[in-house]
Ligand binder design. Structure first.
Ligand SMILES: [Zn+2]
Length: 163
């Protein structure tokens, strides 16, 4: 019997292999789980790794969903297709986080978050806005959607404003 404490899902050092990267406690983790064995939306994250912004469209009624779904929110159909979204848009609204940042983002304060209307798609996305200090952001300012890598190997998206 080993004396080393091993948390569920972790390998002990005696089993060999590399320990998994550190993740914040699940309920405080701002970013979703991304692997195919963790979510049926893994294709979305694969798309980000390819530089694409994907979402789902219902094959029955044609409605677009954001975020991507496994069931159509309007008609409950499960036959959905993945489609590419535009990667440019304009700021609809924004705010600055000056205190109380989510776990792992404390060192980034102050930073901006906002709602972005995609060009040519009836979707409004929420996310972090980088590329310019929050004091220099403006309503209707153009931004691009930018995938970025998290330290633990996951990927997510953010918006980049031209400075
Ligand atoms: Zn539908």
């Amino acid at each position: 019997m080993s004396g080393a404490a091993v948390r569920p899902g972790e390998r002990s050092s005696e089993e060999g292999g590399t320990p998994p990267p550190e993740r914040p406690p699940f309920l405080l983790d701002f970013f979703p789980l991304e692997e195919a064995n963790e979510t049926r939306l893994a294709r979305f994250f694969e798309g980000l790794r390819e530089g694409r912004l994907l979402t789902t469209r219902c094959l029955k009624d044609g409605s677009l969903a954001w975020p991507p779904r496994t069931v159509c929110p309007k008609c409950h159909a499960t036959a959905l297709e993945w489609i590419d979204l535009p990667r440019s848009g304009r700021i609809y609204a924004f705010s600055a986080v000056l205190a109380g940042a989510p776990l792992g983002m404390e060192a980034d304060v102050p930073f901006a978050v906002g709602l972005v209307d995609l060009d040519g798609a009836p979707l409004r996305l929420f996310g972090r806005i980088v590329g310019a200090p929050w004091e220099r952001l403006a309503i209707d300012q153009p931004v691009t959607v930018e995938p970025f890598d998290l330290p633990d190997g996951r990927v997510f998206y953010r918006f980049r404003a031209s400075s």
